[in-house]
Design a protein around this ligand. Structure first.
Ligand SMILES: [Ca+2]
Length: 425
């Protein structure tokens, strides 16, 4: 009995301390007869996700929807089973790699109905569906040859990076459709750090990702066994270096990588999802860290740490910091809960000059993560002042109603604000 009470006490205290909501992972879209098995996922503008399926056209769903809800906007024209998708929403294009083909297909987005964006039917193909090879740098369309392209990533300028796996290179497609080699000499290996990326050796790259600072991350699967546990990084000046993430052998067999608004990197690995805050690959948080059976699926409705994922693949982060994971033919969603902000100031009124001290109160917290910055705005006639300090003092020299505003940002880059009004006489 004593043991039972102790266990209960631990559970209750644990819940009280951890303000984690209990439904942090759900199935956003599941494989079914109606919707098919999903093969990739990407953010589709501010409010939607786009998913490719094993059979049939791509499927668009509103971020906040569940699969059966009215929020689904339905099938899009065009599309096919894709091993990778990127969306250039600003320029109005979806790029994808058709599974098993040696090409990258670009389809224009039809934004005529903002509540139901779709794909147009016309497509531009770079490379060949059936013929592999290495050719076409400086050219476009059917003159280009890829060899088993896999992962795609989008640069902020509309450049699309292609992990051209069996060419041991990363290529890129410019917004005008012209292909060039971005990294890799073509010879398999792992060398060239400190030099130009085009002179370096890569081996069977499958994943490429662009960080918010425009560094391009590549997995290079040294040894032809997909067992690499280090990444290559290409800086905007074209110089390549190596990164060894602080996850050791767990970082083998990388299948997907994406970044959120704060620069945090998310990695999908067998049964695992890792997150690196700040994108520096040394501050590791394991979101899912399971080493059990292949094919495992479970944990919906529970906390992310208890989820079961089988070989998660594509990853995407939406506008409010929620993470979408392709796994088990489904798209799972790890919802980010926005931070909350509340503040108090003392004194709340008085005669000028009035010195006040303000601080966040207990109502300032993040339900599922942490707050990484505090911004203060005292609304003075001198303009906005934003100071990232937890407690802040300010002196008002003139009479009037003064608004003090606190803005907090969570570790997914989502903000919340609160304000109080100070009466200065
Ligand atoms: Ca949060």
């Amino acid at each position: 009995m004593t043991l039972l009470i102790s266990v209960l006490a631990v559970v209750l205290v644990g819940r009280a301390d951890a303000v984690l909501p209990t439904d942090t992972i759900t199935t956003f879209a599941k494989s079914s007869e109606a919707h098919g098995v999903y093969t990739s996922v990407a953010k589709f503008g501010p409010d939607f996700m786009i998913m490719s399926r094993l059979a049939g056209p791509m499927w668009v769903m509103r971020n906040g929807a569940t699969e059966t809800a009215a929020g689904s906007v339905g099938y899009s024209a065009g599309g096919a089973a894709a091993s990778s998708i990127v969306v250039d929403w600003a320029r109005g294009y979806v790029y994808y790699v058709p599974t098993g083909k040696h090409s990258v297909v670009r389809v224009a987005i039809d934004k005529t109905d903002p509540g139901a964006p779709k794909l147009k039917t016309t497509a531009v193909t770079t490379g060949s569906a059936t013929t592999s090879g290495f050719a076409g740098d400086g050219e476009a369309g059917a003159d280009v040859r890829f060899n088993s392209p896999r992962g795609l990533a989008l640069g902020s300028d509309g450049t699309v990076y292609v992990a051209d796996m069996k060419n041991n290179r990363v290529r890129f497609i410019s917004p005008t459709g012209v292909v060039e080699t971005f990294a890799g000499s073509g010879s398999a290996g792992s060398s060239g750090d400190g030099g130009q990326a085009t002179s370096a050796r890569l081996e069977l790259p499958t994943v490429v990702a662009v960080a918010p600072d425009n560094n391009v991350l590549i997995n290079s699967n040294a040894g032809a066994t997909f067992f690499s546990q280090r990444f290559r990084k290409v800086a905007p000046n074209g110089v390549i270096t190596s990164i060894t993430p602080a996850c050791g052998t767990s970082c083998r067999r990388l299948r997907g990588m994406t970044f959120d608004a704060t620069g945090a990197a998310y990695l999908s690995l067998p049964h695992r999802i890792f997150k690196y805050s700040g994108g520096n690959f040394s501050s590791l948080t394991s979101l899912v860290n399971y080493s059990g059976d292949v094919g495992a699926y479970g944990g919906d409705g529970g906390e992310i740490a208890s989820a079961r994922l089988d070989s998660p693949g594509a990853l995407a982060v939406d506008q409010v910091g929620s993470l979408y994971i392709l796994s088990n033919g489904r798209v799972r969603k790890v919802r980010n809960y926005p931070p909350r902000a509340a503040l108090s100031c003392s004194p709340m009124q008085g005669n000028a000059p009035l010195a006040i001290t303000c601080a966040p109160t207990a109502g300032t917290f993040d339900p599922n993560g942490s707050i990484i910055s505090y911004g203060w705005n005292f609304g003075t006639r001198l303009g906005t002042t934003t100071v990232k300090r937890v407690q802040q003092t300010h002196t008002y020299d003139t009479a009037g109603a003064k608004v003090v505003k606190l803005t907090v940002t969570d570790d997914a880059g989502v903000r919340a604000t609160a304000e109080v009004t100070i009466t200065v006489r």
